[in-house]
Write a protein that binds this ligand. Structure first.
Ligand SMILES: COc1ccc(/C=N/Nc2[nH]nc(C)c2C(=O)Nc2cccc(NC(C)=O)c2)cc1
Length: 243
């Protein structure tokens, strides 16, 4: 389909889904088709101030070309004098982060089902030489039938809930990124191990209130498993993170 040039009046705006540093996400409906989307609104001034314009352009370029059921679709974007608007797929069940907090941890079956979907999405990214780099529960949304959607614009968006912005949590950083060594798509597999651990335990493996301790524990791969993590899960986490 020829690239459509969208404008704000093509949409009816609904409730705010989430508010964040770079802008807010609103439920919206395209007037002609009645198709429901999520409209992310960012202020140009904010993007410029945080030198995030180049990153946004790159993310739009990547996201609009990735087509996969477990990757949140970017249908298009437009801008006016002072805002940039992203037309995103609407994932009805919201952030996986909130579901994980409410359930404390997932059982083996749920965790396995979710990790399978993330692996599928990462295979799609890696086959196109795209490194996601930011796989964590905050960046994963849940669709209407419980399917996961990796939604990564790298911005910290926090919902109306009391959660403070978790911008730049170190917990998911791979050792090679901490040590500023060259990295490849294997960093996504590291994050997959961290994510699996957090699904089963309820918190990430290297979490510590002192950031320096977190750094050290990541670089030393200092992971301890509580009893509830069975041997198969442990060997999966060790194996996938050290690939
Ligand atoms: C506050 O309760 C909520 C429950 C469900 C939602 C659904 N959001 N769905 C989305 N589809 N496409 C995008 C992009 C989004 C989205 O950004 N959601 C979002 C953003 C920031 C915070 C939250 N919070 C939660 C709890 O999901 C959701 C949003 C909020």
């Amino acid at each position: 389909a020829p690239e459509m040039v969208w404008k704000l009046s093509d949409f009816e705006i609904g409730r705010a889904l989430g508010k964040g540093k770079f802008g807010n996400v609103y439920l919206a409906r395209e007037v002609k088709s009645k198709y429901v989307v999520a409209l992310k609104v960012m202020f140009k001034a904010d993007l410029t101030k945080h030198k995030a314009v180049h990153q946004l352009k790159r993310e739009i370029e990547i996201q609009s070309h990735l087509r996969h059921p477990n990757i949140l679709r970017l249908f298009g974007y437009f801008y006016d004098d002072n805002r940039v608007y992203l037309i995103l797929e609407y994932a009805k069940e919201g952030e996986l982060y909130d579901k994980l907090r409410k359930m404390h941890a997932f059982d083996n079956q749920t965790a396995a089902n979710y990790i399978y979907q993330i692996i599928d999405a990462l295979e799609c990214c890696h086959s196109r030489k795209v490194i996601h780099r930011d796989i964590k529960p905050e960046n994963i949304l849940i669709g209407a039938n419980g399917d996961l959607k990796i939604a990564d614009f790298g911005w910290c968006v926090h919902s109306p809930s009391s959660r403070e912005t978790v911008c730049g949590t170190l917990d998911y950083l791979a050792p090679e990124m901490i040590l500023r060594q060259p990295y490849n798509e294997k960093v996504d597999l590291w994050c997959l191990g961290v994510l699996t651990y957090e699904f089963l335990v309820g918190k990430p493996p290297f979490e510590h209130k002192d950031q320096l301790v977190t750094y050290k524990r990541i670089v030393n791969v200092d992971v301890q498993y509580p009893n509830e993590v069975n041997d198969l899960a442990r060997s999966f986490i060790n194996g996938v993170s050290l690939l």
